[in-house]
Structure formats: structure tokens, C-alpha cells
Design a protein around this ligand. Structure first.
Ligand code: ZN
Length: 345
């Protein structure tokens, strides 16, 4: 089959487009998906570069998000049929450990992500556990269904399940264009919050307002943006900050919080080592809440809103599978607004 693969960790140059990769066989409980669209995530870049302890079977195939049709059923799979259009929660869990039994699939002892620890979706076919699937309703486009699973389940778990966001609260999203941030902005609005966005430039600020942001700060014009946030909130600050930038923004994010505020994070694209003024933490009764990915209940809840049209996937661009390298370059340049897709079939 056609696939984007790599045989060793390294820069983008280790990626190869090949047409001779064997089609995977679905194991018990798995389905074989004929992929139509797959979506890029920052995770792709981290996995390809690699880290100590990451032990992949090469060649490895990246790709956490996809839509497609069911092309094969593994032993014991019921309730699904060949040809059905599906998308999938990329969170992988064992189903047997104490965390899984309590419903915390994303805290599983053997937690994994599609395309991170197991072969992913930049290929004609991918195997996924049947329990991760969701049917795509008739009339809902395959490209939009592929664009959102990872970022939506991540943003939903972060804001709703872990962050316990309540109607009327004030939320600040740091960063405008990333997939988690465009999802978080819309989910926070849907939950009844008012939402401000700190954007890298005026154009991204305008796009965030078009997606529903109540107010925006252009960080190019206001480098000292925590003061602008205070001004925008009547000197109160916000109840929740979503910060997936990390080192570069952490201090400002903490200063934006009102008393009792929560800082939510699912990533740190600018670096993981960030200073936390402890006096701010206790003096303002702040909480730091981290999470990663989401449970199947989170996934089904957020995809119901997506399929109902209440959360709109934002697609930046679509590349053919063979041009994954160009798609990756666009993501790494930081110029995209929303998701970058590859079309497989
Ligand atoms: Zn488990």
C-alpha cells in the first residue's frame, strides 16, 4: 500500500513516500480502515524526532487522525459493517487497568496514541480498535471528520472534564491558530463562557473573532499582553487560561488569572521549562491542571457537537499523501490557521 514511513528518527528528511508497504491485518477487536483523509498534528514532529524510551517498530507510520471506510473486521468485532464511514478517537487504552475501569481511558497504565506508539493513518490502510470508532453521519464531509478527533477530544477533556468549565466564566486562550486552540475557543463558547484570545498578529486575531472570540489581544502590538488582558476584563483577570505554548507564555498566563483561577495545559510548544512564581500560586488560590488526550465519553460528546454543526472544524489546507513533507513544512512554519490535512483516497 501507499504510505509515508520512516526507518530511523531524525529531521523531515527521514520521511519516505512508498508504495510497497504491506497492508496491516486487524487483530482481535480491531477494524481495518481504508483511509480517505488524515490530519497533521504537532505530535507527528515529536515522534519522528523521537525521545529516550520511545521504542518503535520500523518502518513507522505517523498520523493520529483519520476518516475513512471500514475495509475489514478483526475477530470478535460486532456492531460495525464493511463500507461504513467512520472516524476514531486516537487515544488507545487497555480496558483492564484500574484507571480504564474507572473510565479514565487517557490515564491508562499502557496509554498510547494512534501513530505515536502504533502505526498511524498516513497510509491507505490503518488498524484501529473497534471501541474507538464513531460513525460519520450521512452528509457530513470526510475531510472535516478527519480534521478534528485529536484536537477536539483533547480540548473537550481539558476544558469540560478536567477544567470543569462553568457557564459565565471568563476564559483566555493563548494562541489562535493551532488546532487545539480553535477547538478550545469554540468549546468554551458552547459551554457559555466569555472567551478572549491572545493572537500572534492582527490577522490571526481577526480570525479568532470570526470563530466567536469575544475579545482579542494582538501580541505583536502588545508584547506585555497580561496588562492588556487585565484591561479587557475590568482589572479582574480570567477564571481559566488555556496555555499550550509553555515556556514563552507561562508567566504572563499566570498573571492573567483572577483569584481562584485555573491554568489548563495540554502541551508546551515553545519549551517545557517554565518558572512559576509560587507567591502567585498561593496568594491567588490558583490551580495548575494538566491533561492529555481524552476518554471515549469525551470523544463521543465532542463529536456529537461537531456532527451537529455546533463546533466547526477549521481546515487550513489539504495536500496529497505523497506531499506530506510540504504539509509538515507548512505546520512547522506556524503559518497555518486550523488543521492541515492529507488526502489519501
Ligand atoms: Zn488501561
Amino acid at each position: 500500500m501507499r504510505a509515508i514511513v520512516f526507518y530511523q528518527h531524525g529531521g523531515p528528511e527521514v520521511l519516505q513516500y512508498r508504495e510497497d508497504i504491506p497492508v496491516p491485518q486487524p487483530g482481535p477487536g480491531d477494524v481495518l480502515i481504508a483511509v480517505r483523509f488524515a490530519a497533521l498534528n504537532r505530535l507527528d514532529n515529536f515522534v519522528r524526532i523521537g525521545w529516550r524510551g520511545l521504542d518503535l517498530a520500523f518502518p513507522h507510520i505517523l498520523g493520529a487522525d483519520c476518516s475513512g471506510t471500514i475495509a475489514g473486521l478483526g475477530a470478535g468485532v460486532t456492531g460495525w459493517r464493511i463500507g461504513q464511514r467512520v472516524a476514531a478517537n486516537p487515544t488507545l487504552w487497555c480496558g483492564r487497568c484500574p484507571q480504564c475501569l474507572a473510565g479514565w481511558h487517557n490515564r491508562c497504565d499502557t496509554f498510547a496514541i494512534l501513530g505515536e506508539h502504533v502505526p498511524g493513518a498516513y497510509a491507505e490502510f490503518v488498524c484501529i480498535p473497534a471501541r474507538n470508532l464513531i460513525a460519520i453521519p450521512d452528509g457530513y464531509p470526510d475531510d472535516l471528520a478527519a480534521a478534528v478527533p485529536l484536537v477536539s477530544v483533547t480540548a473537550w477533556h481539558m476544558l469540560i472534564t478536567a477544567g470543569r468549565l462553568r457557564p459565565g466564566e471568563a476564559v483566555l486562550v493563548v494562541g489562535a491558530g493551532g488546532g487545539v486552540n480553535t477547538a478550545a475557543l469554540q468549546i468554551a463558547k458552547l459551554a457559555g463562557a466569555t472567551v478572549g484570545v491572545v493572537a500572534a498578529n492582527a490577522e490571526k486575531a481577526a480570525r479568532a473573532r470570526a470563530l466567536g472570540a469575544d475579545w482579542t489581544v494582538d501580541r505583536a502590538a502588545e508584547p506585555n499582553w497580561s496588562k492588556a488582558v487585565y484591561a479587557a476584563t475590568g482589572k479582574r483577570g480570567v477564571d481559566v487560561v488555556v496555555d499550550n505554548v509553555g515556556a514563552a507564555t507561562w508567566g504572563n498566563s499566570l498573571r492573567c488569572l483572577a483569584r481562584g483561577g485555573r491554568l489548563l495545559t495540554v502541551g508546551g510548544t515553545s519549551g517545557y521549562e517554565a518558572a512559576t512564581p509560587v507567591n502567585l500560586l498561593f496568594g491567588k488560590h490558583l490551580s495548575l491542571i494538566g491533561s492529555t488526550m481524552g476518554t471515549q465519553a469525551d470523544f463521543e460528546a465532542v463529536m456529537a457537537q461537531v456532527f451537529a454543526g455546533k463546533l466547526k472544524p477549521v481546515v487550513d489546507s489539504v495536500f496529497p499523501l505523497a506531499q506530506y513533507g510540504d504539509a509538515l513544512a507548512r505546520m512547522l512554519a506556524g503559518e497555518a490557521f486550523g488543521k492541515i490535512l492529507v488526502q489519501v483516497a
